[in-house]
Every structure is written in structure tokens, then in C-alpha cells.
Design a protein around this ligand. Structure first.
Ligand SMILES: NC(=O)c1ccc[n+]([C@@H]2O[C@H](COP(=O)([O-])OP(=O)(O)OC[C@H]3O[C@@H](n4cnc5c(N)ncnc54)[C@H](OP(=O)(O)O)[C@@H]3O)[C@@H](O)[C@H]2O)c1
Length: 333
């Protein structure tokens, strides 16, 4: 089969026209992938910055495809259906946190950046009918992460004000779209004027350039404080997020791209009755809720670009450089 294979840290991902096809085990199905999408996780892994990296691996946690064959014990109802795949593996039953066995499709188990992928049949969901194949492929990992951070962890309510940082990101954009659909007033930050302008077209109220000095002071002067912040950067910029938070506010963060959080003032945090929440992916129940939410509100994922699998290395480079606005989709054909 055609596959994009992570060979080593030095060589990165390499396209193969004839790679061994996976075979479904009992309880699994084999899906012919119609479209996959990248997450920053895939880039971290190619850069050697992830736990448990093994070579060779087919990366890719997001996928949409057609169920082509069934392992023993799988219901015939799935055969020939177009499905999206829940990338969670062994989250478990606890809604508060994932199990110790938890892992994500695309490492260690081979993922969706290939012509075929095998997954357990209980990972399958019907793709929302209003979405194209590319849009549906963009949804799983980033949609789930945004849904849990926003609703599961930060408990966003209709009418509240929320700031989504780094709006060019795949998860950030879903968080913005979900928050708008839930009736919140949404503000964004970015490194790029152009990305802010794009977010305004999609329904954001206003935006700030997070790399300008004192952006947070100007933000509060102009727009007031916010009830919820959703972040994935952390690092030295995190302290400014406490400053934009209203009393009783919540910050949920799901990434730490800018490194350790420094310079937090404890007095500001306790006096504001602030809550700082770590969040990662989401439970299987939240995946179901997220797919339903997208269907009910007719949310359309923002697809930045579509690459052929043969051009996979260019798709990775685009994400590594942060040039994208929305999801980068990769198609086997
Ligand atoms: N824990 C989880 O379950 C989980 C799930 C998904 C993602 N993540 C993590 O979350 C991060 C984003 O993932 P993604 O897939 O959405 O990545 P992505 O599409 O590559 O987006 C990354 C975004 O981060 C923003 N950013 C960079 N520096 C920033 C800063 N100093 N302050 C605020 N924003 C900044 C950029 O926004 P602008 O371009 O607008 O400046 C960029 O677009 C990654 O670190 C990823 O590993 C974690």
C-alpha cells in the first residue's frame, strides 16, 4: 500500500508506494483511508520530542475512510460505510482522566497516513453528513481536544467571554467554532494580523497580537476581562493570561509549546479565585458528544490545505513552520 513512514529522526517521513498492508485482527476493521489530517503531535514525533517513539511508524491520528473488511466478531453493519475514527485507544471509563494504558492512534499503533489502517470497530463513527471527506478528516483529534478543554474542563457557559490563544492552530480554531456555537463571546490571539482577520470573518469579536508588548493590558482596557481562556502555548506568556482573567475565571491548557510556566503571581491567582486546568484529548463519551455537537450546529472544520500523500513531507513542513490557518489534510490519492 501507499504509506508515509517515519523512518528516523534524521530522515523524517518517507513516502512508500509499496508498504506492507495491515491485517485486521478479531474485533478490528480495515479502513481504506480517503483522507487523513495532521496534528502538531505528528510534528513533535518527527522531531523526536515525544515519549515512546519507535521506528518505523506510520503517523496520523485523524482519518476518514471506507470500511473494507471485518475481523472476527465485527458486525456486518460497518461494511462499506464511510466512517471517522476516534483516535483514543484505551481511555477507559473514567471521565476525569484517561487510564494508564491510554495511547493515541498513530504511535505506537500505526496510523492514518497510509492507504489502509486497522482499528477496533468500537472506534468507528458515522461521519457527520454535512461535511466533505476533507472536512470530516480534520475533525477527530483536534475537535475532541477542544471539546473537552472548553466544556469538560473550563465548563464554558452561554453568554460568557472566552479568549482562545494562537488561533491559527487546529485545536484553537475548533475551540473558537464550538464556543461561538455555544453562545459565548469569543476573542482570539495570534502572531498574525491575517489570522486574526480570518477569525473575525468566522465570528470572533476581536483579536490581539500576543507577541506585542503589553497586549494583555490593552486587551483588558478595550474588551474587559474574560471568564475562560483556552491555551496551548504556556511558557513565559502564561502570566499575561491570568491578567486577562475575570474573577472566578478558568484557564484550560492542552499543550505547552512555549515551555515551562514562569513568573506566576500567586496573589493574583487566589484573589481572582482563578482555576488553572490541564486537559488532554477527551473521553470516548466526549468524542461522541463532540461529533453530535458538530452535526447539530453544522460546524464546518477549517481546512488550511490538502496535500497528496506523496507530498507528505511538505505537509509536515507547513505545520512545523506554523504557516497554516486550520487543519492540514493529506490524501492517499
Ligand atoms: N494534550 C492534547 O491532547 C493535545 C491535543 C492536541 C494538541 N496538543 C498540543 O497543542 C498544541 C497545538 O496543537 P495543534 O495541533 O492545534 O497545533 P497547530 O495547528 O500546529 O497550531 C499551533 C499554534 O500554536 C500557536 N502558538 C504558537 N506560539 C504561541 C504563543 N506564544 N502563544 C499562543 N499561541 C501560540 C500558533 O498560533 P498563531 O499561528 O495564531 O500564532 C500556532 O498556530 C501543540 O503543542 C500540541 O502538541 C495537545
Amino acid at each position: 500500500m501507499k504509506a508515509l513512514v517515519l523512518i528516523s529522526k534524521e530522515e523524517g517521513v518517507v513516502y512508500y508506494a509499496n508498504y506492507a498492508e495491515p491485517v485486521e485482527s478479531a474485533g478490528e476493521v480495515r479502513v481504506k483511508v480517503l483522507a487523513a489530517a495532521l496534528n502538531h503531535r505528528d510534528v513533535w514525533i518527527t522531531q523526536g520530542q515525544y515519549a515512546g517513539i519507535k521506528y518505523p511508524t506510520i503517523l496520523g491520528s485523524d482519518g476518514v475512510g471506507i470500511v473494507e473488511s471485518l475481523g472476527a466478531g465485527v458486525s456486518q453493519e460497518w461494511l462499506g460505510k464511510t466512517v471517522i475514527i476516534n483516535p483514543n485507544i484505551q481511555w477507559g471509563d473514567n471521565q476525569r482522566a484517561q487510564s494508564k494504558q491510554y495511547n493515541i492512534l498513530g504511535l505506537p499503533k500505526d496510523g492514518t497516513l497510509a492507504e489502509y489502517v486497522t482499528v477496533n470497530a468500537d472506534r468507528l463513527h458515522r461521519a457527520p453528513a454535512h461535511l466533505s471527506i476533507e472536512q470530516a478528516a480534520a475533525l477527530p483529534l483536534a475537535g475532541l481536544t477542544a471539546y473537552r478543554a472548553l466544556f469538560g474542563r473550563a465548563q464554558l457557559q452561554a453568554g460568557e467571554k472566552v479568549l482562545i490563544s494562537g488561533i491559527g492552530g487546529g485545536v484553537a480554531l475548533f475551540a473558537m467554532q464550538f464556543a461561538i456555537a455555544a453562545g459565548a463571546e469569543v476573542f482570539v490571539s495570534s502572531s498574525s494580523e491575517e489570522k486574526i482577520a480570518h477569525a473575525l470573518q468566522l465570528g470572533a469579536k476581536a483579536g490581539a497580537l500576543y507577541n506585542q508588548e503589553n497586549w494583555h493590558k490593552n486587551f483588558v482596557k478595550t474588551h474587559g476581562e474574560v471568564d475562560v481562556v483556552i491555551d496551548s502555548a504556556c511558557g513565559n506568556g502564561f502570566a499575561a493570561l491570568i491578567d486577562v482573567l475575570a474573577a472566578g475565571g478558568r484557564i484550560a491548557f492542552y499543550g505547552g509549546g512555549q515551555g515551562a510556566i514562569n513568573g506566576l503571581n500567586p496573589q493574583k491567582i487566589f484573589w481572582k479565585q482563578a482555576t488553572i486546568l490541564g486537559s488532554t484529548m477527551g473521553s470516548d463519551e466526549q468524542f461522541r458528544q463532540m461529533v453530535d455537537f458538530v452535526g447539530v450546529h453544522k460546524i464546518v472544520p477549517v481546512v488550511d490545505s490538502v496535500f497528496a500523500l506523496t507530498d507528505g513531507a511538505a505537509a509536515f513542513a507547513r505545520m512545523a513552520h506554523g504557516a497554516q490557518f486550520g487543519k492540514i489534510v493529506v490524501k492517499p490519492d
